[in-house]
Design a protein around this ligand. Structure first.
Ligand SMILES: *Cc1c(COP(=O)(O)O)cnc(C)c1O
Length: 232
């Protein structure tokens, strides 16, 4: 199957369920992205700032670029002019920096709060009490150039579907609670970004509104591809 065939198949499958497909193009070449683009895809996810900026410069302007990986505060300025959605916001400090760069660019930047749901030891994501503390803080209330439009999470990397389902469900329950407590009158707070190549079906069953699919569309990631672009 070609990238175009895969893309069309996954796009149709998830969009039938009313879910948005983020084609995760990290490490993939500009040509591979163009193949997906010509097959109809406009939303791409990258996890490295420099890689996203280089690709954005070379690819059509109507692409929506989503930053899906961990973002360091000192790199926000490079993506602030064009990024469509930042998925991995996991601290007030990062949110403040995004706000500052959004002001400079005269924009409002949409963000998702990354929630920690996995059983694994990973460094990133907010615990439930931390999310609530952030949303209650006066510092957050002052930020006028960011908009929190939902939550994002990565489930444990396991074949145990029951466990993954429990984690996705936990995310949905938290989302519903946040919606009721903090975003009741905000229609824009509606996104649950979760589910990747291995677990997107379970994610959709448990309420995901955005799935981030890379290898199922582009094939296995080969780091070399991106190195080639940088050397051009
Ligand atoms: C790489 C990545 C994905 C896509 O992973 P695949 O297994 O290739 O679908 C999704 N989300 C995040 C945060 C990623 O870093």
């Amino acid at each position: 199957m070609s990238i175009a065939d895969n893309l069309k198949q996954y796009k149709k499958e998830v969009e039938t369920d009313g879910v948005k497909l983020i084609a995760v193009s990290k490490t993939q070449s500009v040509d591979a992205i163009l193949e997906a683009y010509h097959a109809g895809q406009r939303v791409f996810g990258e996890n490295m700032v420099q890689e996203m900026v280089e690709k954005q410069n070379q690819l059509p302007d109507d692409i929506e670029w989503h930053l899906i990986g961990h973002l360091q505060s000192n790199k926000v300025k490079y993506i602030a002019p064009f990024v469509k959605l930042i998925h991995g916001v996991d601290s007030l400090k990062l949110l403040q920096e995004i706000n500052k760069q959004a002001v400079k660019n005269k924009r409002v930047i949409d963000c998702l709060l990354q929630i920690y749901i996995a059983e694994e030891e990973t460094k990133f994501g907010l615990a439930h009490d931390e999310v609530i503390e952030l949303l209650r803080s006066s510092e957050y209330a002052e930020l006028k150039n960011i908009r929190i439009v939902g939550v994002m999470a990565i489930a444990t990397n396991t074949k145990n579907e029951k466990q993954i389902t429990i984690e996705f469900n936990e995310l949905k329950v938290l989302f519903d609670g946040l919606k009721a407590s903090f975003f009741k009158n905000e229609e824009s707070f509606k996104e649950i970004s979760t589910g990747m190549s291995a677990d997107y079906k379970l994610a959709i069953e448990e309420g995901s509104t955005m799935v981030r699919i890379g290898s199922n569309i582009f094939g296995k990631r080969i780091i070399k591809h991106f190195k080639n672009i940088s050397n051009n």
